[in-house]
Design a protein around this ligand. Structure first.
Ligand code: ASP
Length: 342
């Protein structure tokens, strides 16, 4: 019996068609997907689809939409072998990261894909991305278990762990990278899986979480950043956590006004996270004098996490308070392969 895959269309370029008269892009009716991609009939997978009533550009995605996608997967989990989420590429890395926390105990593939050009255009990257993502979502190992039991992003011949992914190019077909984790698979003549890089199967059943706390912010440091400005930003009354994107291996200015702004926020109970601005590598807080104050103030070093993975993890942990372990401890323990412990 052939595998069954559920396509979840949320919006983005991949599902757009150019209006023959005006040329303007509008969302395609998924029922006509096979007209656009007749090759789907030959993939040998049973396909079903659901779509957001109002497909959205991924710049309009909100945490409630991530929960909506997780809910769709939860409601259809038993009926399908895998899931392909069609999504705009702009914020795909955030959605993938959020889903990797919301879907606890996931043992089936959830593959996000999209494209840089709409499906109906010549030279489109959409067809290859869609077809291969479906093949991966349906792929089984020798024991009949899912080959990729995790949330991943497939784009331009590479399968990347979702919560390790960053969008690095606005135009190239090769738009994503996973600087701190190897690709889970490469698609050439055959799809080659790197089994050592893929998460192991998990025991227990799927638990779909539905709470995310969006009272979080990101402050990108830059040379000359004013302490008074940081103080103002951190005094938002309901802000609970802020990700500081820092220099190099987690460094920042030693300017007393800047440090005082962080201290005040910490004294009010705010969680501060240290994520590097570098595309690759990890935070090593305390290695340089310029990160010692962070260490003393209890800023949480986020190792080699991406900003996308850190901000969504903060939302997830704040939304799912378990009083037993402190936030800082839960932030540094990987939930779904989003960081590497040394
Ligand atoms: N702006 C679009 C989106 O992210 C771009 C894309 O689909 O890749 O929804």
């Amino acid at each position: 019996m052939s595998a069954s895959v559920l396509l979840i269309y949320t919006g983005g370029t991949i599902g757009m068609l150019a209006d023959p008269r005006s040329g303007a892009l509008r969302p395609m009716d998924l029922a006509h997907l096979e007209d656009q991609v007749p090759e789907l009939a030959r993939v040998g997978v049973r396909l079903e689809s659901v779509a957001f009533e109002q497909p959205i550009d991924s710049s309009d995605m909100r945490p409630a939409d991530w929960v909506r996608i997780a809910d769709i997967i939860g409601a259809n989990y038993a009926q399908h072998d895998g899931f392909v989420v069609l999504h705009g590429s702009d914020t795909m890395a955030y959605t993938a990261s959020a889903l990797s926390y919301l879907l606890e105990g996931l043992n089936k593939p959830v593959i996000l894909t999209g494209s840089q050009l709409p499906i109906g255009t010549i030279r489109t990257d959409a067809k290859e991305n869609l077809i291969t993502a479906i093949e991966i979502a349906a792929a089984k190992d020798e024991q009949g278990r899912a080959m990729v039991p995790e949330v991943a992003v497939y784009f331009e011949y590479r399968l990347l762990r979702g919560n390790r992914t960053v969008k690095v190019h606005a135009e190239r077909f090769e738009a994503f990278r996973s600087p701190n984790w190897p690709a889970l698979a490469e698609a050439g003549v055959r799809i080659k899986y790197d089994r050592g890089a893929i998460l192991p199967h998990r025991s227990g059943s799927l638990v779909v979480h539905d709470r995310l706390d969006d009272r979080v912010a990101v402050i990108r440091l830059f040379p000359g950043i004013r302490g008074a400005w940081v103080k103002h930003a951190l005094s938002m009354p309901d802000l609970r956590a802020a990700v500081l994107t820092t220099f190099g291996s987690g460094n920042g200015p030693t300017d007393p006004e800047f440090i005082a702004a962080l201290r005040e926020a910490r004294e009010r109970g705010m969680e501060l996270l240290n994520v590097t601005q570098c595309v690759g590598g990890r935070v090593e807080q305390g290695r340089y004098v310029t990160s010692q104050a962070f260490e003393q103030l209890g800023v949480i070093p986020c190792a080699d996490m991406t900003v996308e993975a850190a901000i969504t993890k903060a939302m997830f942990l704040l939304g799912n308070d378990r009083a037993t372990e402190p936030f800082a401890q839960r932030m540094v323990v990987p939930i779904s392969g989003e960081s590497t412990l040394v």
